[in-house]
Ligand binder design. Structure first.
Ligand code: PLP
Length: 366
């Protein structure tokens, strides 16, 4: 019997090592990693600065909980706040970040004495798999058999979200670039911002997959009330964050929310080193430029392409899974984004030649 509960369909590949943009299997074969642990390893594997920061932190302090202040956690939260606005709540994953955002939304309206039962989300959104995040995901495929979930979530097509905001709406959760739903850019952020302002609803950007430069834009505008981050945030270690606008700074009080591991010092050290590298090397711009090359290469194959930066999907006229498998056989790791889309989430540190290698692998696998 497998030692795992039956939650994953793993492909027949055992990975034992990563170095830069490549990973190696247990038979010694190297693969170009164009998934990066599902948008996590933005600087590639064993990035020297990240590895050094982790080693140094492990050797000084691994964990003390949030009963105490820890310098690296403080520096990391400050860096996030300086960049994106804050203050910040640190947790361990994307679902947990969205749970925190949901609680912040509810408490904000509670303090204002408002009853706003409705949360608006996009159809085909993916916000995670814990009960609150699953409710926000609002897709039968993920939630079947797990009810009852927190209620009040209404899922609408992108084009209908802004006009649906009203006095009953507590918040709108949206991925600026939808990840699991096929790398689709949300085209109506200004209209959504405007509608939320007019009706007193909060706007939440789930930047868990598209954030931290991957889309070619570091700070998504117009500014939302809350941003959630995870995945690449921890440079390969589990880390999530809820960033609240200053007007929400006093909503939570001690005891309202928390996490034993949230903002773990080693994860924060990795996250801080990653963020510094993204800023110092202007890797957001690199994502934008490489993204154009990726798009050009994919479009030249005659497939429909969506997404932006280093978060793009090729939409096929055939099932994606066999194509993904053939690309793996050719030494390039990608994943699906829905049944007929192949998703590319390469490292920000990829070279132009590696982008070409990804495109050629797809061309040969169609
Ligand atoms: N939100 C988005 C946009 C995601 O892509 C994901 C994961 O794929 C999540 C939330 C959930 O993150 P996690 O798997 O870390 O809980």
């Amino acid at each position: 019997m497998s030692p795992f509960l039956n939650t994953y369909n793993r492909v027949p590949l055992t990975l034992v090592r990563g170095q830069g943009t490549r990973v190696q299997d247990d038979a010694g074969r190297w693969y170009l990693d164009a998934i990066c642990g599902i948008a996590v390893m933005s600087l590639g594997h064993q990035h020297p600065q990240v590895t050094a920061a982790v080693h140094a932190q492990v050797e000084s302090l691994m964990h003390v909980s949030n009963l105490y202040s820890v310098p690296v956690q403080q520096r990391f939260a400050q860096a996030l706040m300086d960049l994106f606005g804050g203050p910040v709540f640190l947790c361990n994953s994307g679902a947990e970040a969205n749970e925190g955002a949901l609680k912040l939304v509810r408490k904000h309206h509670f303090l204002k004495g408002e009853s706003r039962p409705q949360i608006l989300v996009a159809q085909m959104a993916f916000h995670g798999r814990t009960m609150g995040a699953l409710a926000l995901t609002a897709r039968e495929k993920f939630s079947r058999g797990f009810g009852p979930l927190p209620d009040g979530v209404v899922a609408l097509p992108d084009a209908e979200l802004a006009q649906a905001v009203n006095a009953q709406t507590a918040a709108v959760f949206v991925e600026p670039i939808r990840g699991e739903g096929g790398c689709i850019c949300f085209p109506h952020l200004p209209a959504l911002r405007d509608a939320c302002d007019r009706h007193g609803a909060l706007l939440v950007y789930d930047e868990i997959q598209c954030g931290l430069g991957r889309s070619g834009t570091l700070v998504q505008q117009p500014a939302p009330d809350i941003r959630t981050f995870a995945k690449a945030l921890g440079g390969g270690l589990p880390l999530g964050a809820v960033l609240a606008g200053p007007h929400l700074a006093h909503v939570f009080e001690p005891g309202d929310h928390g996490s034993t591991f949230g903002g773990n010092p080693v994860a924060c050290a990795a996250g801080l080193a990653t963020l510094q590298e993204i800023l110092e090397q202007d890797l957001t711009e690199r994502c934008r430029v490489l993204g154009e090359k990726l798009r050009g290469g994919l479009e030249a194959l005659g497939v429909c392409v969506s997404g932006t930066g280093l978060m793009q999907a090729a939409h096929l006229e055939q099932e994606a899974a066999p194509v993904v498998a053939r690309m793996r056989d050719r030494g390039v790791l990608v994943c699906g984004a829905g049944p007929r889309a192949v998703r590319f989430l390469p490292a920000f540190t990829s070279t132009e030649a590696e982008i070409e290698e990804m495109v050629s692998a797809l061309a040969a696998s169609l």
